[in-house]
Each structure stands twice: as structure tokens, then as C-alpha cells.
Design a protein around this ligand. Sequence first.
Ligand SMILES: [Zn+2]
Length: 159
Amino acid sequence: MLSDTELRHLRRCVELAAEALEKGDEPFGSVLVAADGRALAEDHNRVAGGDRTRHPEFELARWAAANMTPEERAQATVFTSGEHCPMCAAAHGWVGLGRIVYVASSEQLAAWLAEMGVPAPPVRSLPVRDVAPGVVVQGPVAELTEQVRDLHRRYHGAR
Ligand SMILES: [Zn+2]
């Protein structure tokens, strides 16, 4: 079960994903939270400019490496609207961040995109545990999943 504070962080991720969509970007949002529950940094997808690596989880991992001690990173949690892709899961693992809590799993997202007829991405979709087995992962979170699915539907112009 998630606490109210944890749910609030996840709701913020969905808001950030909606912000990205409004700016014409893919709807993904993430928040980096310290051990005491404080949000330290947040971001959303910025791939619309042409750099397909500009995922929020990747940005947050690099922010954590630059601004946090290894101990602080290990105790931090990354909340995110969609489970980390393999690139972001690897970055998360390399910088030694702690838990991940996501709304929608990579498996769910892949199924939704396939259903909408979106071509497969150039990088295979894998669960975080297959990329960074030491990371504690929690999700999907059913009460917010439909909202995230809806953002992806809107991005891809599907109904
Ligand atoms: Zn990613």
C-alpha cells in the first residue's frame, strides 16, 4: 500500500506528464524524493526537440549523481508515471538510487501502444528488475493507471 504522501508524488508525476503533453511532448513525468519525503527535483519528457534520450528518469538520475551523496541516493525514491525504460533503469542503477514507484508498467504501456497501432520503439521494453535487479520496484498503481493511459491515447491521437 502507498501512503498519502507517496500517492501525492505519483499524482504530481501524472500532472507533469500532462504538462509534457500540452507542450507537444510524450506524456511521462517523474519526481525524485528524499528519504524524508521531500521532493528534490522533477521533470517530464523533452524528446520533442529531437533528442530521444531526454527522459525524466534519466535527467533525475544525473541530477542525483551531481547533487546527492551515495547514501542520500540509496535512500531516495523515484516516482514516475511510467516504469523506467532500460536506458533510465540502467542510469538509476548506475548512480545507486533507491526505490522506484511507477503508475503504469512497461508491459502495460507496450500493450497500449500496440493496441493503438504505434510502431515498436528501437529499444526493447524490459521490466526494471531485468536491468537493475537490486532496485526495489513498486507498481502498477491501479487508481492512477487509467489517467496515464488516457494521456498516451491523447498523445497518439487515439480514442
Ligand atoms: Zn527512459
